[in-house]
Design a protein around this ligand. Structure first.
Ligand code: FE
Length: 337
């Protein structure tokens, strides 16, 4: 009797240890610059499917990266999730991430949407394209980003401020394609064509186009989606530039993630990233914010699909990070505020 009791005690103790280890392993901690409303449904679905708990905190990418840096090897974070390749590139540059060798991620995510050094991976695609006023723009007037600098667009262009990383990435990708001199000419042309001072956000720029203050602007399509959902009667439409012949396609950027350098749950973190890139999760990830799946085998959400098909610029998005400082200096020289 006595013996079996102590056996039981030992056994339950051993079981507790095992369970304790299991509980510790079956968890991933995410630092996310994407808000709770976008990521919680996704993580809940993952937990339901795998039993793995996903803990997360949300904040802007700046404070999250500062926190990762300050915490160093003591960080509880296993994954950094954020938007814009410029930010992810920066995180890798500051040695906050570690390379991940995953065949699933390589298969699911096209090469131009992930870090060549495998430190981060695009999980959704955001297209930065032209939005125009249907009542004011004639067929054939819109062609390319570059042409918005030309005489057709004198006094007709609205832009968001150059302080936003989206425009810094756009110009950085143009430097990658055209070199600095030609890109500066183009940006100078944009500035000369502005109808009014740059706007603080994409939505305000589109509202100015709708109000007739200017005829076209350049924004991320999900802002267009949100605005048109609220005000379907605005005279706005999408144009996909740079689609002809050798033109390189629509400027795209990503939201994406990487495993932190000091991840405690590295294996689970990689599994979560792989799941996020799978067809199962891609719609959940992209559709809530009217973005595009990064995984090409995944169907687009109906709202987004209705905006039409387009060819994406396939220069690796890491160039947006590499050339960001030069893009900022260039825009400053060109007088783009
Ligand atoms: Fe945004």
């Amino acid at each position: 009797m006595k013996c079996s009791n102590s056996m039981k005690f030992l056994l339950s103790g051993a079981l507790l240890v095992v369970m304790g280890q299991a509980a510790q392993a079956a968890e991933v901690v995410v630092y996310s610059a994407r808000n709770e409303q976008l990521i919680k449904p996704l993580f809940d679905a993952y937990t339901k499917e795998t039993g793995v708990q996903v803990k997360f905190i949300t904040d802007k990418e700046g404070p999250l990266m500062a926190r990762l840096k300050a915490e160093g090897r003591n960080t509880p974070a296993d994954i950094l999730l954020t938007v814009d390749a410029g930010n992810l590139w920066q995180a890798a540059q500051e040695d906050l991430l570690k390379p991940v060798d995953s065949q699933a991620l390589k298969t699911n995510i096209p090469a131009y949407l992930r870090d060549p050094g495998n430190q981060w991976f695009g999980l959704s695609v955001r297209a930065r394209t032209v939005i125009y006023n249907r009542n004011k723009v004639k067929a054939g007037e819109l062609t390319t980003y570059e042409d918005l600098a030309g005489p057709t667009w004198k006094g007709r262009l609205c832009l968001r401020t150059s302080k936003k990383v989206y425009n810094q990435s756009l110009v950085a990708m143009m430097i990658a394609e055209h070199g600095e001199e030609k890109t500066e000419q183009i940006v100078r042309g944009w500035v000369a064509n502005l109808a009014t001072d740059p706007f603080p956000d994409d939505t305000k720029a589109m509202e100015a186009v709708a109000a007739g203050l200017c005829d076209a602007t350049v924004v991320n399509t999900y802002y267009y989606g949100r605005l048109m959902e609220k005000k379907p009667n605005l005279p706005l439409a999408i144009y996909w530039p740079n689609q002809k012949g050798k033109e390189t396609g629509v400027h795209v950027n990503i939201s994406g993630a990487g495993v932190t350098k000091f991840a405690k749950n590295e294996r689970e973190a990689i599994k979560l990233l792989e799941w996020l890139s799978s067809s199962k999760a891609q719609n959940l990830f992209a559709d809530v914010n009217m973005e595009y799946p990064a995984n090409r085998s995944v169907m687009w959400d109906a709202t987004v699909a209705a905006w039409g098909n387009f060819r994406q610029n396939q220069i690796n998005v890491s160039e947006a990070g590499k050339l960001q400082t030069r893009a900022v200096m260039l825009m400053d020289r060109a007088g783009y505020k």
